[in-house]
Design a protein around this ligand. Structure first.
Ligand SMILES: C[S@@+](CC[C@H](N)C(=O)[O-])C[C@H]1O[C@@H](n2cnc3c(N)ncnc32)[C@H](O)[C@@H]1O
Length: 328
C-alpha cells in the first residue's frame, strides 16, 4: 500500500458536518481532503489551495487540520487562492454566494467565503484575485500540500507549474481536481512527466488524482512542464504512461483509461491538428461513460474537424500541406 493509500479505508467513516459550504467537489473528495488534513499534513511547510471557490474544499481541509494532533494553528498556514468573484473567464459559479445568486451590485463572494470559513480564519491566508497577480514569482518556500482546482486553462496551468510545482519536495502531496476532464490534458501529460518522481496514491477519488512526491524533481523537467516544451507525440506518450497506472476511480464510476484517451484527442485539438483529434476521439464515441457524460466534447471535436475539412479539404496530410503552401 502507498503512504497515502492508508487513508482510503477511512473514507467510508468520515462524517462531515452539515455546515460545510456548497462545493463543486464531490463528497468523496471532500472526505479525502478532510482525511489528509486530519491524518497526514503537518503544516510545517506551505499548505496551498488553488481554486477555493465558495470554500467547500477549503472547509473540509481546514476542519481536518483543526482536528489534527500535529498541525499547530499558531504557526501553520493554509493559503487559499481564488478570484473570489464571478464574471467572464473566472470559472466561478454564482452558487458560491451564500444566497446562491449574485447580488445586483456586487460580483465578489469574498465576504461570503470569509463568513463561512470564520472558524478557521486564524490560520487561513486568503489571496483574492488573478493567480498571476496574487502569487509571488520569487517565492521558493517549499510547498507541503497543493490542491489544484484552478488549472482550467493552459494559461493558468502555466502559473501553477512555474510558481507552485517548482516548490514541491519529497513528501509533498498534490491533488489534481478535474483529472477526469479530457479538456484539461495539461494535467495528464504533466503528471506523465512527473511519474519517475511521484507515487500515485491509488485509484483516483472520483475526479481527483492524488500523488506524493518521492524523489527530487529535476529542474529541467519542471522547466519543460512550465514552458509546455513537449511535442504532441511526446504528450501522447506521457498520457499513455499515466493510462498504464490508473484505471477506474475508487468509487468505480469513472473509467480513466478512455478518459485519458479522450485527453489525447484534446492535445491534438489544441495543437490545431483537428483531423488527428477526431481520429483519436471517434473510436471513443462507442464508450458508454464518455458518450453519456461528454457528448458536447464529441460535438466540439467533430465540428472542428468538419470545419477544417471544409476549409482545407480532405486527402492526405502531405496533400493538405502542399495545398496550403501553394494557396489552393
Ligand atoms: C472549480 S472552482 C473551485 C471549486 C472549489 N474548490 C469547491 O470546493 O467548490 C474553480 C475556481 O478557480 C478559480 N479560478 C480560475 N482561474 C483563476 C485565476 N486565474 N485566478 C484565481 N482564481 C481562479 C475560480 O474563481 C473558481 O472559483
Amino acid at each position: 500500500m502507498t503512504n497515502l493509500g492508508r487513508l482510503y479505508p477511512l473514507l467510508d467513516d468520515v462524517q462531515l458536518p452539515d455546515t460545510i459550504p456548497y462545493s463543486q467537489v464531490s463528497s468523496w473528495e471532500l472526505r479525502f481532503l478532510y482525511l489528509l488534513g486530519r491524518h497526514h499534513l503537518t503544516g510545517r511547510d506551505r499548505l496551498v489551495e488553488l481554486g477555493s471557490g465558495g470554500g467547500g474544499s477549503t472547509y473540509a481541509l481546514a476542519l481536518g487540520l483543526r482536528e489534527s494532533p500535529v498541525f499547530d494553528e499558531r504557526t501553520g498556514r493554509l493559503h487559499a487562492y481564488d478570484f473570489f468573484r464571478v464574471g467572464k473567464g473566472t470559472f466561478a459559479s454564482e452558487k458560491f454566494f451564500t444566497s446562491g445568486a449574485k447580488p445586483e451590485d456586487d460580483n465578489s463572494f469574498l465576504n461570503d467565503f470569509r463568513g463561512r470559513l470564520e472558524p478557521f480564519l486564524p490560520f487561513l491566508e486568503i489571496h483574492a484575485g488573478d493567480l498571476w497577480q496574487t502569487s509571488d514569482a520569487h517565492d521558493t518556500t517549499p510547498v507541503e500540500f497543493l490542491h489544484i482546482d484552478i488549472a482550467k486553462t493552459a494559461r493558468v496551468f502555466r502559473c501553477v507549474s512555474e510558481r507552485f510545482l517548482t516548490r514541491l519536495r519529497p513528501g509533498s502531496v498534490v491533488l489534481h481536481q478535474d483529472f477526469a476532464g479530457p479538456r484539461l490534458p495539461w494535467l495528464h501529460h504533466s503528471t506523465g512527466a512527473l511519474l519517475p518522481y511521484i507515487e500515485i496514491a491509488g485509484p483516483p477519488i472520483r475526479s481527483t488524482l492524488a500523488f506524493e512526491v518521492v524523489r527530487p524533481i529535476p529542474g529541467d523537467v519542471l522547466e519543460r512542464i512550465s514552458r509546455d516544451a513537449y511535442t504532441v507525440d511526446e504528450k501522447l506518450e506521457l498520457i499513455a504512461a499515466v493510462q498504464e497506472r490508473i484505471d477506474r476511480d475508487h468509487t468505480g464510476g469513472i473509467p480513466f483509461k478512455p478518459v485519458l484517451e479522450f485527453a489525447k484527442a484534446y492535445v491534438a485539438h489544441y495543437a490545431g491538428d483537428h483531423r488527428r483529434a477526431w481520429s483519436l476521439a471517434k473510436p471513443l464515441t462507442g464508450d458508454e461513460y464518455l458518450s453519456r457524460t461528454r457528448a458536447d466534447h464529441f460535438d466540439q471535436l467533430r465540428k472542428a474537424y468538419e470545419r477544417d475539412r471544409a476549409e482545407n479539404g480532405g486527402g492526405s496530410r502531405l496533400g493538405r500541406l502542399v495545398k496550403r503552401a501553394v494557396g489552393r
